[in-house]
Design a protein around this ligand. Structure first.
Ligand SMILES: C[S@@+](CC[C@H](N)C(=O)[O-])C[C@H]1O[C@@H](n2cnc3c(N)ncnc32)[C@H](O)[C@@H]1O
Length: 278
């Protein structure tokens, strides 16, 4: 591929246009990511351990049931699911990353109750109807979905919830204006996060102001070819979330900016938790 072809990838794409490759299911990158999830001192893939502990406790406190049927969408290596199971709940975790699910399965021995883990794309997976008391999706993953995917996910979640069930998720609220800064950067590595062979990685951030959506894209060039990874993330006001959830049939909806307490990358200044019932 010539330089002109490569250059085409560096301009702002149409909103929510996917990249050529997926990060979560790539064997090399998903192993790298697993290490980031498991590092208790960073909050780049999962939040720091005491923040997870506090968030899991807060989530469970939204319902008073002693035992619930719970589903965690995008459960990663099971840092939340294990805590829910240890409190006696029946838990299913779904994740597209084979590395994370394999790690989570290996770790279930550490929890009080067995946990069912499903290695699947939650957008494709058929969910049982009327099954769960509580469905969660944590680390602002709701905002990475395109409007069509979001609509599909909300419909699936709604039909999988029992009549008094709750959907709890967090979303970026864009409260910190610095998060919308456009930038670009590049680096060369013999082996690293993006590939285990020599590669040049060119990273860019674009902000789509009208829709308030951020795109982080990474163009990775190796001797084997070019891969383009795109991560979309939408910022949500309460009004925007309310309108989406109400259109999907959710009725009792509340917003919370007091869940994350730590000073660091994540706090109520940039993350809103949403509790939605049907
Ligand atoms: C930022 S991580 C958060 C993981 C976990 N919720 C936590 O906070 O520790 C996002 C997770 O969602 C998973 N994921 C992304 N897209 C997915 C999809 N379409 N279906 C299932 N899992 C997905 C990724 O593999 C990853 O484990």
């Amino acid at each position: 591929m010539g330089i002109t072809e490569i250059g085409k990838f560096t301009s702002r794409p149409p909103l929510f246009e996917p990249g050529t490759d997926a990060m979560w299911s790539d064997p090399h990158i998903s192993q790298q990511l697993l290490q980031v999830h498991l590092d208790p001192n960073t909050d780049l893939a999962s939040r720091k351990r005491n923040e997870i502990e506090r968030t899991a406790g807060w989530i469970l406190a939204q319902r008073s049931d002693k035992t619930m049927n719970m589903l965690d969408l995008g459960c990663g290596p099971g840092l939340y699911t294990q805590r829910y199971a240890n409190e006696g709940h029946t838990v299913t975790g779904v994740d597209i990353s084979k590395s994370s699910i394999e790690y989570a399965r290996r770790s279930t021995g550490q929890s009080a109750k067995p946990i069912e883990y499903i290695n699947a794309d939650y957008l494709q997976l058929e969910l049982p109807k009327n099954r769960y008391d509580l469905i969660t999706m944590i680390y602002a993953d709701f905002g990475v979905l395109s409007p069509a995917e979001r609509e599909m996910l909300l419909a699936k979640v709604r039909s999988a919830l029992r009549a008094d069930g709750l959907f709890i998720f967090d979303a970026l609220n864009g409260g910190d204006p610095a998060c919308r800064k456009e930038q670009s950067d590049w680096h060369y590595a013999e082996s690293g996060f993006w590939s285990d062979i020599p590669h040049l990685a060119f990273s860019q951030t674009f902000h789509y102001s009208e829709e308030d959506v951020l795109l982080h894209q990474h163009l990775v060039k190796t001797d084997e070819g070019l891969r383009l990874y795109r991560f979309w993330n939408e910022f949500f006001t309460h009004e925007k979330l309310l309108s989406l959830l109400q259109s999907a049939g959710f009725k009792s909806i509340s917003f919370h900016e007091d869940v994350l307490k730590e000073e660091g990358a994540w706090s109520g200044k940039n993350v809103t938790f949403c509790v939605a019932g049907i």
